[in-house]
Ligand binder design. Structure first.
Ligand code: PLP
Length: 426
């Protein structure tokens, strides 16, 4: 009998047979509210009819049209659509299959454009699991342990407000920028630095948004030294934060924009975008892949972008995100075990802490995830370097009633667990 590799961790024992919107169904037809979107992927919900139709229609014409061999009609259309929705100046696109691949592509492009070797990333980031992306990932040692040595040339600067084991926060904007300057003097000279790669909101690292002042400072240093500013919007892109791309909240424009996850409602396609000038520096034939720009992924992406725009999902992410954040803040008032609530659109992070010391409480997160699943049929995930953040990332189509159900289920779960432990509630 064939077995599945045990390397996959499992959040739930659920065997799903169908999904619709924010809900998945098991073999018995029992419904579960999927507040994970399959890790921030199913932007238009599970199996949105327009995405399904687009993929089915495309599959009936052809499934694979390899980009080095011929061009298919979807490629130009997707480039046009991405040109319309991405920040000013980004008009040329390359397609790959996963977030990690797109991150790697951005690094390869930055190195070719600048002719420089090094990359700066920021503490707490997650950029993926392939060798280069892993070398850039510092959200947890678990993603790197056992895989060293990793590719060299990656230097890690501070992300403002990063959490500590004591529950305090370190590095304000000024301190984080000072450290970046120090890095450019002490470790990687500007003339050897190709790019600074940053998530505008730390995802896996705990749903921590950067500050506008910090990102402005990063961009200023990039411009001053001819370093490319790369925004990893794999998790934050396509409306998740209540803007099409998270950089729009902060008034900064990346030289390279990295996209995946929400781009195609679950189809494995990713992209990087840059100006024509930057892309022109990438020697033809020096990068590529068998499946990049796959017609089914392109069809799913085109339909997803249409749905996001025509169904007003960016606005819904803002409204439902505000509703979810308000619900979480109310619970934070009631339970001292709920620490900071950090939110941007439908990226809502809720820290769980020891009420006496403020230290991270990952055990409580695990209990809450179990209780939410078993008693309320709500699927949620954790995040954060200390594993003490519940991250809410439901599909952008989530309804007001479904957000109410999440808030109610979370409140009831807190009450059930903390009541049992005898922990204090006020
Ligand atoms: C910000 C960010 N970058 C890159 C990745 C890697 O994407 P993938 O898992 O598709 O390789 C992720 C995945 O969670 C991510 O959140």
């Amino acid at each position: 009998m064939g077995k599945l590799a045990p390397v996959w961790s499992k959040l739930t024992p659920l065997m799903v047979v169908r999904g619709q919107g924010a809900v998945v169904y098991d073999q018995d037809g029992t419904a579960y509210l999927d507040a994970t979107s399959g890790i921030a992927v199913t932007s238009t919900g599970h199996s949105h009819p327009r995405v399904v139709r687009a993929v089915a229609e495309q599959a009936s014409r052809f499934i694979h049209a390899q980009v080095n061999i011929y061009t298919h009609d979807g490629l130009q259309r997707l480039a046009d659509r991405l040109d319309e929705i991405t920040p000013e100046g980004i008009d040329t696109f390359f397609f790959a299959n996963s977030g990690a691949e797109a991150v790697e592509a951005s690094v390869k492009l930055a190195r070719q454009y600048t002719k420089r070797p090094n990359i700066i990333t920021f503490q707490g980031s997650f950029h993926g699991r392939t060798a280069q992306a892993m070398a850039m990932t510092t959200s947890r040692t678990g993603y790197r342990a056992g895989y060293m040595p990793l590719p060299a040339g990656v230097f890690v600067s501070l992300f403002p407000g990063f959490p500590t084991a004591s529950g305090s926060r370190r590095a304000g904007t000024v301190e984080a920028l000072d450290y970046l300057d120090y890095l450019l003097v002490g470790q990687t000279a500007p003339e050897e630095t190709a790019a600074m790669v940053i998530e505008p909101v730390l995802g896996e690292g705990g749903y921590l948004p950067a500050t506008a002042e910090f990102l402005a400072g990063v961009v200023e240093r990039c411009r001053k030294h001819g370093i490319l500013f790369v925004a990893d919007e794999v998790q934050t892109g396509f409306g998740r934060t209540g803007r099409m791309f998270a950089v729009e909240h902060f008034g900064v424009v990346p030289d390279i924009l990295v996209m995946a996850k929400g781009i195609a409602s679950g189809f494995p396609i990713s992209a990087i975008g840059a100006s024509e000038k930057v892309m022109a520096a990438w020697p033809t034939g020096s990068h590529g892949g068998t499946y990049g720009g796959n017609p089914l992924g392109v069809a799913a992406a085109l339909a997803t972008i249409d749905v996001i725009q025509e169904e007003g999902l960016v606005g819904n992410a803002r409204a439902r995100g505000a509703q979810l954040e308000a619900g979480m803040l109310k619970l934070a008032e009631k339970y001292p075990n709920v620490g900071r609530v950090q939110a941007l659109g439908l990226m809502v992070g809720v820290e769980m802490v020891d009420p006496e010391t403020g230290a991270p409480d990952s055990g409580l997160v695990q209990e809450l995830l179990r209780e939410l699943y078993q008693s309320h049929r709500i699927i949620a995930m954790s995040a954060g370097t200390f594993g003490n953040v519940i991250r809410w990332m439901p599909p952008l189509v989530i309804s007001e009633d479904q957000v109410d159900a999440i808030v109610r289920g979370f409140g009831d779960s807190l009450s059930a667990i903390l009541g049992k432990q005898g922990a204090q509630t006020v």
